[in-house]
Write a protein that binds this ligand. Structure first.
Ligand SMILES: Nc1ncnc2c1ncn2[C@@H]1O[C@H](COP(=O)(O)OP(=O)(O)OP(=O)(O)O)[C@@H](O)[C@H]1O
Ligand SMILES: Nc1ncnc2c1ncn2[C@@H]1O[C@H](COP(=O)(O)OP(=O)(O)OP(=O)(O)O)[C@@H](O)[C@H]1O
Ligand SMILES: [Mg+2]
Ligand SMILES: [Mg+2]
Lengths: 221, 221
């Protein structure tokens, strides 16, 4: 279970302060399939980064499975991210010097699997997102939507308990987008992963079981 | 007028060859307002890069206002880009060490305007895309959709004759997307700029006056 209690995030810019999140209260139960919607700049990515342990609140508390992430050490946060979270970044964050296959296999480097097994699993998930024929390309040799799909594959390979997808279909045509959403639905229903999708696409939001609206750093309702 | 005659683009990858564009024939008249649609990896960005003089065909010819771009020197292509083209990149391509204002004013550095006038014009176009209160931020201090809008503002500031927008609303909510499309429509009708928008969004494609479909490197019809 993910619990946010009065979570705030501020950025100080000289004399100004940007209030990216203002007192967010939220409970996400295990296995939920949820969308986060809101206008550009409203705080969605900030929220995802805090849930994913990539960033800390400036105020308030976040507790995941009884671990207080705000109070956790960097090492503990890093362990949480590695073991529990699959994050699809809005700007992909791929390693430019690694191939597609190496990028996707990267999260498995911390597991005890043999290199050949890691490679096989990476290939498998890349097939699922339609990139089986791009394994040896580098990110710069891919289209925007292909990079996005590599980022998705990498987030899924570790079978994480929590999948945070920050606008995973922004660069995809509708047919490819549907395949990705179906894949996430399947992972949610079969593997019981908690799936949170930030999306600007109403068609995608309507396929989730719960939609939360964020506006200017605050959750509506 | 933009004319592509049997334009091909290939990438050699070891023994394999990726045919990103296969014999594309296309005429775009001055002042057209056109959408390019097609699935992820079908060749849209490649097409835009060739029209924008950022890349050369492997075969075939591209002629813009009687200049053969494929045969042009690097210096001539650079001049063409600077003077005629405003390019909104699918991955934004902002300068990380410059502020939002400096990023948008960058194309004007080659004009004869005073620094204060460049600054004023950059501020003006940033207001148009809703970022008047983010002038001093760096790209890393912006949301994904805000970075996208900085990229859009930068493409427009030089009043280019040809605007090439590669998925300009992929990271924007529908309300902000509409404002951007309205802005492009206005620039097309008032300033007679040729506007080509790559988009995965049917709602946006339907607002243009012509839609071309690309599939696996070839234009349909
Ligand atoms: N430098 C490169 N080397 C090898 N292949 C490349 C290179 N750049 C692009 N490609 C391939 O060329 C094809 C077309 O790429 P392009 O970026 O034009 O697609 P796109 O239609 O813009 O896709 P998207 O909608 O995902 O942005 C893709 O299959 C891609 O893998
Ligand atoms: N490092 C930072 N310093 C200052 N302000 C920041 C920083 N990072 C984000 N912001 C601001 O915080 C606000 C929320 O950003 P966030 O990335 O969460 O928005 P978002 O809802 O994901 O938007 P989008 O839909 O455009 O991706 C934005 O207004 C942004 O300008
Ligand atoms: Mg975001
Ligand atoms: Mg593209």
């Amino acid at each position: 279970m993910i619990e946010l209690i009065n979570v705030c995030k501020e950025y100080k810019m000289g004399e100004d302060t940007v209030h990216a999140l203002r007192g967010v209260n939220l409970v996400v139960n295990d296995g939920e399939f949820m969308a986060v919607v809101g206008s550009s700049g409203s705080g969605k990515s900030t929220l995802m980064h805090i849930i994913g342990g990539l960033d800390r609140p400036t105020d308030g508390r976040i507790v995941v499975d009884e671990d207080d992430l705000g109070a956790a050490s960097d090492m503990k946060l890093s362990k949480y991210r590695r073991e529990k979270v699959g994050f699809v970044f809005q700007s992909f964050n791929l390693q430019p010097s690694l191939t597609v296959l190496e990028n996707v296999a990267l999260p498995l480097v911390f597991t005890r699997e043999h290199r050949s097994e890691r490679k096989r699993r990476a290939e498998e998930v890349l097939e699922l997102v339609g990139l089986g024929d791009r394994l040896k390309h580098r990110p710069s040799e891919l289209s925007g939507g292909q990079r996005q799909r590599v980022s998705i594959a990498r987030a899924l390979i570790n079978n994480p308990k929590i999948i945070l997808a920050d606008e995973p279909t922004g660069n995809l045509d509708s047919k490819t987008s549907e395949k990705i959403v179906d894949l996430l639905k399947e992972i949610n229903s079969i593997r019981k992963a908690t799936v949170i999708i930030v999306t600007h696409d109403d068609k995608i939001a309507s396929q989730t079981k719960r939609i939360i609206h964020i506006s200017d750093g605050g959750l509506l309702n």
